[in-house]
Design a protein around this ligand. Structure first.
Ligand code: SAH
Ligand code: SF4
Length: 344
């Protein structure tokens, strides 16, 4: 569905929440039915060289104890997923150059060789050469959030970084054949309903296969410690608007929706999300991946976390899916690339 900026802004202002949410869930059902794709995320390093003002992993936060998982640890944890009925592993970290092109490539290759899993990478800004190499090693997807599109606010919240370069990387990933995801943080300081509507339009214009919009959660050891948290309703409305404008993209109910609200992510499903990404990071380090406070508070072992989540999904009337869960948007694009190849 095409929406004009003023229509998006009206929805974001809460003009018609029940109408918006009903339409968004209806659209999601029409494409995905009641199926919810699960992705197990391994947060393998909390070391970061970037300085994002909103994030607890920035190097200026000296209070956090840093960790790095070894190649064999990462591969071992990924191996838990097939038995848990999850078809995708997401490897995420701070922007940590310790994991070289070859190291990441060998982890991806090994996971693809040993297990029937889709592999998503979310390692931040790297070179085109590295992205291309990891794709050749078998990586299926890459997540790189734009975070905030406004040129000034992007440079303010991500010192030293340019939105044009971030977008350039996202297009590179698409061109390399990754199922490509991006997204924004809702409610960063200085953002407005208008800038948020603009963000949602820009994300839609990028023709992404996966799109995320989660609330900003202030971290006490960052320059934004005293900022007002992102509004959860505004995040739900953003998610629903994204679903209306991008019917066949995968859209997660982000973990940030679940902070201080055990049913926050389920609420995300009710307004048009079709993906949940539980952390399967080993318990010994899980709490240290503190992008924002209470990100990984769950103390249970991985099996109990996943089983509880599946029960919650079922109770809400949805079906947890063990499939790899590629988006129809990506599958259509792949098909047309293959057709082009056979016709030339
Ligand atoms: N370093 C990589 C991936 C890890 S960060 C990168 O930056 O791309 C993963 C995501 O955490 C970021 O994309 C950002 O959207 C989110 N994030 C960081 N700090 C946050 C905060 N305080 N509130 C909400 N989301 C946050
Ligand atoms: Fe590093 Fe990503 Fe956090 Fe920015 S958002 S400081 S790049 S981990």
């Amino acid at each position: 569905m095409k929406l004009q900026k003023n229509e998006i802004a009206a929805y974001l202002s809460g003009a018609d929440d029940s109408g918006l949410y009903d339409k968004a869930r209806f659209t999601c059902n029409a494409v995905f039915g009641s199926e919810i794709y699960l992705r197990g995320i391994i947060e393998f390093s909390n070391v970061c060289s970037k300085h994002c003002r909103y994030c607890g992993l920035r190097p200026e936060n000296t209070a956090v104890q840093r960790y790095r998982l070894s190649e064999s640890q990462i591969i071992h944890v990924a191996g838990l997923l097939p038995e848990l009925g999850i078809g995708t592993v997401v490897l995420q970290s701070g922007d940590d150059p310790y994991y070289s092109k070859e190291m990441v490539g060998s982890i991806v290759r090994e996971i693809k060789l040993r297990y029937d899993l889709a592999v998503t990478l979310s390692l931040g800004d790297r070179s085109r050469d590295e992205y291309a190499f990891w794709k050749d090693c078998g990586a299926d997807r890459y997540l790189l959030k734009a975070e905030i599109f406004d040129t000034r606010m992007h440079a303010l919240h991500r010192p030293g970084e340019l939105i044009s370069e971030r977008c350039h990387r996202i297009y590179q990933l698409k061109a390399l054949g990754y199922e490509t995801g991006s997204g924004i943080i809702v409610g960063l300081p200085d953002s407005t309903i208008e800038s948020l509507a603009e963000d949602l339009m820009q994300l839609t214009a990028m023709e992404l296969h996966m799109i995320a919009a989660g609330p900003f959660i202030p971290h006490p050891n960052t320059p934004l410690c005293d900022a007002i948290p992102g509004n959860k309703d505004l995040s739900l409305r953003s998610l629903a608007v994204l679903r209306l404008m991008n019917p066949d993209a995968n859209i997660p109910a982000t973990s940030a929706l679940g902070v201080n609200d055990p049913f926050g992510r389920i609420r995300g499903l009710e307004v048009g999300a079709n993906v949940i990404m539980p952390s399967i990071t080993p318990e010994s380090v899980r709490k240290l991946y503190e992008i924002y406070p209470d990100k990984n508070v769950v103390k249970d072992d991985v099996t109990s976390v996943i089983n509880h989540l599946k029960e919650d999904i079922k109770t809400a009337g949805y079906q947890p899916s063990s499939s790899k869960g590629f988006s129809p948007k990506y599958q259509i694009q792949l098909r047309s690339v293959l057709l082009d190849k056979t016709q030339t």
